[in-house]
Ligand binder design. Structure first.
Ligand code: TDO
Length: 178
């Protein structure tokens, strides 16, 4: 059975996938529409992609702006990450973040609803993350908040970042499009 646990942010959920290991290797299930629907989560995915990252990498904090906003189901397939979801929805929780430790060996994942930014820091030698998103990539709407621009303590001094991720605004210089 899918484990789906609520967090401090509405619709942001920690997931643990069903699966098994035997003499051949492992098996895990990454989507089950009825289980997601029962928890009020979307499963109408339009794109699936994955990334690999080395130790010390931080990616984020990413989201797609309207009209291309999407929910994403993120699975840690290998390695360990600190996964962070930042709420950009107007309201009392605007600007709040939740952090979740995801372990690929435990088949951990996170559901990120529309209106939230997502990012992670790698805690192992390497990490592979798989994303299932409910709308296709729209480069002009693919935006971010700078990793060190919303008051979260990553416990990382000088992360390995993309050029794009260095240039995102901090939260105080940002107007939410949601
Ligand atoms: C996200 C994305 C990127 N790309 C391209 C753009 C670029 O040339 C290359 C790498 O993109 P990025 O550097 O943005 O990749 P990355 O930093 O791994 O982006 C990801 O970060 C995490 C935190 C998320 O939450 C994901 O949704 C996604 O935004 O792939 C696509 O073609 N389709 C996509 O859906």
């Amino acid at each position: 059975m899918f484990e789906i646990h609520p967090t401090a942010l509405p619709q942001v959920a920690f997931l643990r996938a069903p699966g098994s290991r035997d003499a051949r290797g492992g098996f895990r299930k990454l989507a089950h529409a009825p289980a997601l629907a029962a928890a009020g989560l979307r499963s109408d995915f339009a794109e699936i992609y994955c990334s690999t990252s080395q130790a010390g990498v931080v990616r984020g904090m990413h989201f797609q702006a309207p009209p291309h906003q999407h929910a994403k189901l993120v699975w840690c397939l290998e390695g360990r990450v600190t996964d962070v979801v930042l709420d950009l929805r107007p309201g009392e929780r605007y600007g709040r973040a939740v952090a979740l430790d995801l372990d690929g060996a435990a088949r951990d994942g996170v559901y990120v609803p529309e209106g939230c930014a997502h990012g992670f820091a790698v805690r192992s030698d390497h990490a592979t993350l798989l994303y299932m998103v409910t709308s296709v990539h729209a480069p002009e709407a693919d935006l971010g908040i700078r990793w060190d621009g919303f008051g979260f303590d990553w416990g990382v001094e000088s992360p390995i970042l993309s050029e794009r991720d260095r240039r995102h605004p901090g939260l105080k210089d940002f107007a939410t499009p949601f």
